[in-house]
Design a protein around this ligand. Sequence first.
Ligand code: ADP
Ligand code: ADP
Length: 218
Amino acid sequence: MATYLILLGPPGAGKGTQAKLLAVEAGLPHISSGDIFRQNLTESTELGKQARLYIDRGELVPDDVTIAMIRERLSRPDCQAGAILDGFPRTIDQATGLDEMLAAFGSGVDRVLYVDIADEELIRRLSGRLVCRAQGHIYHQAFNPPKQPGVCDVDGSALYQREDDKEATVRHRIQVYMQQTAPLIEHYRQRGLLSEIDGEQPVEAVTRDMLAAIGEGS
Ligand code: ADP
Ligand code: ADP
């Protein structure tokens, strides 16, 4: 039986950071909708051109486009044992779309890890976030700096600040999250799938709590 885990939380909560660690621990692929969009942007694909209109403004890419992209990604052979979904679903319609695609695989959502964190901390995290060009490895200028400034520890590629991590866009993204994504917290809580995780702890403590929530902790 495949395992599907969802990381839910506002932009900057630490979903990407944790998803990469959980992927190793749980032996499942990390599927980040944001990373897939950014890769398509870099490659100037049709999907990338469509998504750019929304991403640069801090809006959500339309549900039909996003759901189709995730369906294609989850159908690939490396997702046969399941996946860790980071940044998807972000609307109730996306959650419904996900249920339908997983039902078609004879499966369903196993657990939703909701990373809870205060707004002021989000701004601090996003304004200092640095991402690597090659594979999206995540750093923070102050909280998790690379060994050598501007260079990824893992693959040596250049680090950059995301265009949508500029302060004005960040504030708008948090509003969009509150309006369109936060209702998913109640949606999954009612279904008994939600585990709340304190996202303001150090990275290792957050990972430990997540592993405990999915039954892999000690
Ligand atoms: P998200 O994917 O939810 O948007 P990220 O994983 O990209 O969040 O993290 C946002 C920023 O916060 C990054 O710069 C990251 O290095 C930093 N960060 C992540 N987790 C923590 C933590 N537990 N404590 C301090 N900083 C963190
Ligand atoms: P963060 O975790 O910091 O919010 P992401 O990398 O997950 O950022 O997403 C960046 C942008 O990509 C979003 O602001 C949005 O425009 C687009 N995006 C990512 N995932 C989705 C999704 N599930 N639905 C719609 N748009 C999305």
